[in-house]
Design a protein. Structure first.
Length: 339
């Protein structure tokens, strides 16, 4: 590659904003806050590429570098997209306009900037950042699995410090792994369904969408006098966490089911890759400390590890989640272009 510069730029592309970071040759992130511009993805590919270039230039401006100093760019976006950054031909929630379908966003940004661009999906980027932030210099000798609970259930699988991508780029789709519902569903509670077409996968329970589609409609039949009973379901699902933080009984039953689902998912991970570290991220663990600690304790209690695994396994939160996408994208680009 023509560029042999000293820094890596990481850009996290989201539905409304792009956040940028800069990683120097010593492995330090030079931006310790959110540095955002509108992502303009709803205006189409040309506007979105302009917005990515603006984010790139902003990152360089605040850190005092110029384009010749950049060795590579890490880009992450929400999926679904191929391992090398071609948006799904069936479209994606964040890329609704037909001009996005099958669009090679990685290649287009590389052409635009004249710098190599390395693509990650947002879940994998956050998982990679969590892995490096937690393990430090031991990161390349360690493995981890990250579950990030948001609108869907994202995350990733890291082995020896690298993202497990799979043959088609679809490894680490934790949300769509089927989990046992025994010991999770209440009596008479219907099997939860996921937007992907599966029934009883992890995302059907452990996501905001799972709350809205599956958990809340059932639990409101058990608590008909609950204050959220008269609230439109989209709004009620979003408000549920604040009820959980205040100790509301129905909210705790719902979040307990989520945490059990994550534990069941981690039990599968324990038997697949036997990771060193299990990370949990998302709004639910950025909540009040008592609620967060309770949630993690339920995850742990439902992750069934063998005695040998209990001796070495650790549980932790995904740190700096807002910045994790840009930072993880930068780490991925550094691994591809070690300099
Ligand atoms: Zn699914």
């Amino acid at each position: 590659m023509r560029h042999s510069g000293s820094v890596i730029v990481g850009i996290d592309n989201g539905g409304t904003k792009n956040n940028v970071t800069v990683l120097d040759g010593a492995g330090q992130f030079l931006i310790d806050r959110m540095l955002e511009v509108p992502s303009r993805v709803t205006e189409g590919t040309a506007a979105a590429l302009d917005a990515l270039a603006v984010a790139f230039d902003n990152g360089l401006r605040v850190t005092g570098f110029d384009r010749a100093d950049v060795r590579a760019v890490g880009l992450d976006t929400p999926g679904p997209a191929s391992a090398d950054g071609v948006i799904s031909s069936k479209g994606a929630t964040n890329f609704a306009l037909p001009e996005w379908w099958g669009f090679d966003v990685r290649g287009a940004l590389e052409d635009r900037l004249g710098v190599p661009v390395v693509y990650s999906n947002d879940g994998n980027a956050a998982a990679l950042y969590a892995h490096y932030a937690y393990h430090g210099f031991q990161a390349i000798d360690r493995s981890s699995v990250s579950a990030i609970i948001g609108t869907g259930l994202g995350g990733g699988v890291i082995e020896s410090g690298a993202v497990v991508r799979g043959a088609a780029g679809m490894a680490g789709e934790l949300g769509h792994v089927h989990i046992p519902m025994t010991g999770l569903l209440a009596e008479g509670q219907p099997m939860p369904h996921c937007a992907c077409g599966f029934s009883g996968d992890a995302e059907s329970v452990a996501s905001l969408t799972g709350i809205r589609r599956n958990l809340l409609p059932y639990w409101l039949t058990r608590y008909p006098d609950h204050p959220l009973a008269g609230t439109p379901i989209d709004e009620a699902a979003k408000e549920l966490r604040s009820f959980g933080e205040r100790g509301d009984e129905m909210a705790r039953k719902i979040f307990e089911q989520q945490a059990i689902a994550i534990g069941h998912l981690f039990t599968i991970a324990a038997n697949f890759t036997d990771p060193n570290t299990y990370f949990v991220g998302g709004g639910v663990v950025e909540a009040a400390p008592e609620f967060r600690d309770w949630y993690l304790s339920v995850v742990r209690a439902n992750t069934h590890l063998r005695a040998e695994q209990l001796d070495v396994a650790e549980f932790s939160l995904v740190p700096d989640l807002d910045m994790a996408g840009a930072r993880g994208a930068a780490v991925a680009a550094r691994s591809a272009f070690p300099g």
